[in-house]
Design a protein around this ligand. Structure first.
Ligand SMILES: Cc1cc2nc3c(=O)[nH]c(=O)nc-3n(C[C@H](O)[C@H](O)[C@H](O)COP(=O)(O)OP(=O)(O)OC[C@H]3O[C@@H](n4cnc5c(N)ncnc54)[C@H](O)[C@@H]3O)c2cc1C
Length: 424
């Protein structure tokens, strides 16, 4: 108990090494601030395949509806699709947050690219051609993919991963402790002074430790940070509810198709009513994991013939965080109606592409957020009611920011690092 790494007080302690946490650590350590990152997972090498399942954490958010996150160095970038939507600046400006400079910086630093046609798999092309023939506005997405690593086609390693920012932070002097699960922030007279965490020593063995710092940033992800906040004493977390972007994919099989690998989600269409359609042609290893996880044992071995369309509805706030620490919300009838409408269109696209044996995967939750609200739980430097305690991860993205969150999280991380630097 009370063990302090190196017996020192850090300028900043960051909880979690996902895209936001890694970005903040990188930015602060480049400015020679002393930074400690506490990361619950470890840094086992990432390789597409079944071992990936061991880092996936599933959190239930409704009846038969759960969201997935990765507990590992770099957070959920280990399993994300690499779609990079630009943050809507005006939504943040209306909250007193100007991230235009950070967006420009991110554009200069990150491998942002629209995939050339040569990198689209045969499945993606089949789905695109069918969707366009039916009149849906199927467009390519900007992706966080380094094209220089794609000389031989699809490459998991070409997707940007927050581990690269983490490595830079460590090179600049950041202290990184793995298998350190933060339980709560330590608050004294309404001021955060450190965190308490459980350091895993063996399979069932852990040590309770404390670390102290001037600024504390929770970046443990959209499902975890609200719980840490609540366990640190904040009373009103998730009082306005949360969103979870329910989604599923519809798959068909096309006889004679000989597809190879594919960057999933590189294309899609946004329809009215906040219904999004996307390419759901997963790379082979992820496809197998997905099909076996959904008990589609035979389909798991027909990747080359499979085509898929994803459907996501970006719904409003609802539900909340219950006493027992579980999230719960019930989807509204209108959201269910939108999901049905999306399914109909997805089936139409697959049938038009020659797809047979069509089936729908179970509903899951996508990007969870809205549980912590800027101007309600946080001020515009992402600070809570406790001074020096900040939150920066998926939990703070407002419900009207209906884009894929990765680029927004990186820009918010840069923004918060700029804010913290002003007083460190
Ligand atoms: C399958 C899938 C595909 C996706 N595809 C895309 C996409 O294409 N584009 C996009 O923009 N978004 C995508 N997302 C969403 C995106 O990955 C997440 O929104 C983003 O990673 C969230 O970042 P974060 O920093 O909030 O949390 P995370 O990335 O989840 O990082 C949180 C970190 O905190 C650590 N942690 C958790 N609890 C604790 C604790 N108590 N103490 C210490 N550390 C802790 C975790 O291990 C993790 O490293 C996808 C998500 C999934 C699941």
């Amino acid at each position: 108990m009370d063990k302090q790494p190196d017996n020192k007080e850090f300028d900043a302690i960051i909880v979690g090494s996902g895209p936001s946490g890694a970005t903040i650590a990188r930015e602060l350590s480049k400015r020679k601030k002393s930074v400690l990152i506490l990361e619950r997972g470890d840094n086992a090498p990432l390789k597409e395949g079944f071992r990936m399942a061991s880092i996936v954490n599933t959190v239930s958010v409704s009846d038969n509806l759960a969201t997935s996150k990765a507990f590992t160095a770099g957070g959920t970038t280990a399993i994300y699709f690499a779609v990079a939507d630009f943050p809507p600046l005006e939504n943040f400006l209306s909250l007193g947050i100007d991230i235009s400079r950070e967006v420009e910086e991110a554009k200069r630093e990150l491998p942002l690219a629209v995939l050339p046609d040569e990198l689209l798999g045969a499945q993606a092309k089949k789905v695109r051609d069918s969707a366009m023939e039916l009149g849906y506005p199927w467009k390519k997405n900007t992706m966080l993919v380094d094209l220089s690593k794609c000389a031989s086609g699809y490459n998991y390693e070409a997707k940007w991963n927050a581990r690269s920012y983490l490595q830079e932070a460590v090179k600049e002097g950041t202290t990184l402790i793995y298998r350190a699960r933060v339980i709560k922030a330590l608050v004294e007279k309404n001021r955060a002074i450190g965190v308490e965490y459980k350091l895993q020593k063996g399979k069932k063995e852990f040590e309770v430790c404390r670390a102290f710092g001037t600024k504390i940033v929770l970046a443990a992800g959209a499902t975890v940070s609200p719980i840490i906040l609540r366990d640190s004493g904040m009373k009103n977390v998730a009082t306005s509810g949360f969103y979870c972007h329910p989604n599923f994919a519809v798959f068909g099989a096309v006889s004679g198709l000989k597809a190879g690998e594919n960057f999933v989600a590189s294309m899609g269409a946004r329809l009215e009513d906040d219904i999004g359609l996307g390419d759901a042609n997963l790379a082979r290893a992820f496809y197998r994991m997905f099909m076996l996880g959904n008990r589609r044992f035979i389909r798991a071995f027909f990747h080359s013939k499979s085509i898929g369309v994803g459907v996501m509805v970006k719904e409003g706030l609802g539900g909340g965080l219950q006493e027992d620490g579980r999230y719960y919300k019930q989807l509204k009838k209108e959201d269910l109606r939108k999901l049905e409408k999306g399914e109909k269109i997805a089936r139409q696209i697959l049938q038009n592409a020659g797809g047979k044996h069509i089936f729908k995967s179970p509903l899951s939750a996508g990007h969870l957020g809205g549980a912590i609200r800027i101007n309600e739980h946080l001020d515009n430097s992402l600070q809570t009611e406790y001074s020096n305690l900040h939150v920066c991860d998926g939990s703070v993205i407002p419900d009207n920011v209906k884009v894929s969150p990765m680029l927004t999280l990186i820009c918010l991380g840069k923004y918060l690092a700029n804010q913290l630097s002003l007083s460190l």
